[in-house]
Structure formats: C-alpha cells, structure tokens
Design a protein around this ligand. Structure first.
Ligand code: AMP
Ligand code: FE
Ligand code: FE
Ligand code: ZN
Length: 276
C-alpha cells in the first residue's frame, strides 16, 4: 500500500524543518507522497521538488497551502490541494496576506511588553524566512528562548492563544473567500483540523460554498474524534483527508508521517482538481 501525509509545514511558514529535512523525513517514513501546506505561502513547494529530484528521492510533492480565515470570531484554517500554485495573482494575494502578518506581529510584541515580556522583534524574525510566513509559533519559540516563559502551553494558554490577552487576530479574511481563492486556481478546498475549530455547524455552509473535503485524521484527533468527522464527511459528501500537521521540532506530538492516508485519497483530490 502507498501512503501520504497530506499536511506538512516547512520553514517557509512555522516549521523548524527546511524543505530538505521535510523530504528526507518523508523518505525515512516510507511515504509515497507528502503535501506541503504552509500557512499563507506556497514558496516551499519548488525547493522540496528540487531537493527530491536532485537527491533521487522518489516522493511525490503535492502542492498545498493552509489559508487563515475568520468567521464569527473563530479562526478557520482552510487547506488547498493541487491548485495552480504558480499563478501570479494567487502568489501576490498570498504575499499581501503575509505582509499583514508583520504588523500583527509587532502588535503582539507591544501587548506582550505591557505584560512584562519584552522580546526583541529581531529575535522573532530571525526564526522566520524573509518573505515567508511569520506567526505565533515563531513568537512562541522566541518567548521560550528568552526564558521568560517555560512551556509552549504557558505561552499559548496565558498569552497568545486564540482570544488570550496578547493575541491579535489576522486581517479579516472570510472562509468563503478562502474557498473561492482555492477554487479560482483549480484547487480542492479542505477544512483543516475541524476538532480544533470546534464549529461543526459551519461545515454544511462550507460544503455549499465549494468545500470538497475535511481533515478526518490529524495528530490532534483521537479515534473517537476521527469517527465523528468520518460521519460528518459522509453526511456532506466530503472527502475524508488527513495529515500529521508536522511543524518539525516545533510540536512533539505531530511527527511527520504520524498520520498516514491511503494514496487513493490523493487520487480523489487529483481527480476533482483536474476536473476544473
Ligand atoms: P498564526 O498563523 O500566527 O495564527 O499561528 C498559528 C499557528 O500557531 C498554528 O498553526 C500552530 O502552529 C500554532 N498554535 C496555535 N495554537 C497553538 C497551541 N495552543 N499550541 C501550540 N501551537 C499552537
Ligand atoms: Fe502552524
Ligand atoms: Fe492549522
Ligand atoms: Zn498546519
């Protein structure tokens, strides 16, 4: 059987792994395919492909993305697969989203300072790539490096988790827009980690707007949670996808290949994106 991990980050967003490390880890896990789904960024896809081909590693690099959207104060992560990621307007849109992350980061740093946690912006930005996607996991790592906080849980639960005192929302982007953006470049929109979102009521509307799948299998989903989303996927005619959501060494419980999806799911995603 061939397997794929359909949700993996690189250091073009908030993983500690370079594209080379991602491809090498996927090879070590014996995967046939890995989907590169960086936050608001597709620039890691080509480096992964180049490294795989240069090193004669026979792994399919699936083009993906994870868009950050918002609705009714909920943060929604929308994955896209097999879109035409080379589309110039699509790339410009993503770049402008990433630029708005810079001001947001300064705002979070200001709020942290008011809570007696003074972090030099350079200590955050040096953990991110130039023109890559800077986010809270970079900030969390800088906070841990400063030794002003002790654990990742403390960082998110006390300071920068969604709705906590030093959290700053992203520039508003409607999930319907995210779905349209992915469909517009021929991709298949898939809702990421619905359990984290915890708004099952929204899935029906997303399906009507063009959603094609949901992440049923994920490092944060146990067996009973996956069963719940298997059922919801069936109900709405959505493809049951999944992945580890590996962030390199940034998240211990989400090692690359921890979630393995049968290759037939990749073929289904391919089929519906080609159909456009
Ligand atoms: P951002 O894109 O800046 O909003 O950051 C979102 C990222 O922060 C997620 O993709 C995770 O990598 C990380 N994150 C969010 N909440 C938590 C949490 N409670 N614990 C660990 N990492 C988290
Ligand atoms: Fe992340
Ligand atoms: Fe996510
Ligand atoms: Zn992710």
């Amino acid at each position: 059987m061939k397997f794929a991990d359909l949700h993996v980050h690189t250091n073009y967003s908030d993983s500690t792994f370079t594209p080379e490390e991602v491809v090498a880890a996927a090879r070590d896990k014996g995967l046939a395919a890995v989907a590169i789904c960086d936050h608001d960024c597709v620039d890691g896809i080509q480096p992964c492909r180049e490294f795989a081909s240069r090193s004669n590693i026979d792994i399919e690099i699936i083009p993906g993305v994870e868009l950050t959207a918002e609705k009714d104060d909920a943060e929604i992560h929308m994955l896209g697969y097999f879109m035409d990621w080379t589309d110039e307007r699509f790339q410009e849109t993503l770049l402008s989203i990433r630029n708005s992350r810079l001001e947001r980061m300064y705002e979070m740093l200001r709020l942290l300072k008011a809570h007696n946690i003074d972090i030099d912006p350079r200590d955050v930005f040096k953990l991110a790539r130039d023109k890559g996607s800077v986010g809270r996991l970079h900030l969390a790592r800088a906070m841990l490096n400063s030794r002003k906080v002790n654990t990742l849980e403390e960082v998110f639960n006390k300071y920068i988790g969604f709705g906590k005192p030093c959290y700053v929302p992203h520039t508003h982007f409607d999930p319907k827009k995210a779905i349209e953006l992915i469909l517009g470049v021929g991709g298949a929109p898939v809702l990421a980690h619905p359990y984290t979102l915890d708004r099952d009521d929204l899935i029906k509307d997303f399906a009507a707007e063009g959603l094609r799948g949901i992440e049923v299998y994920h490092s944060d989903h146990n067996a009973s949670i996956s069963r719940r989303y298997e059922k919801i996927a069936k109900e709405h005619g959505l493809i049951a996808t999944g992945g580890s959501d590996c962030h390199g060494l940034g998240k211990e419980n989400a090692q690359l290949g921890r979630v393995k999806i049968p290759y037939s799911v990749v073929e289904e995603l391919k089929k519906i994106s080609k159909a456009r």
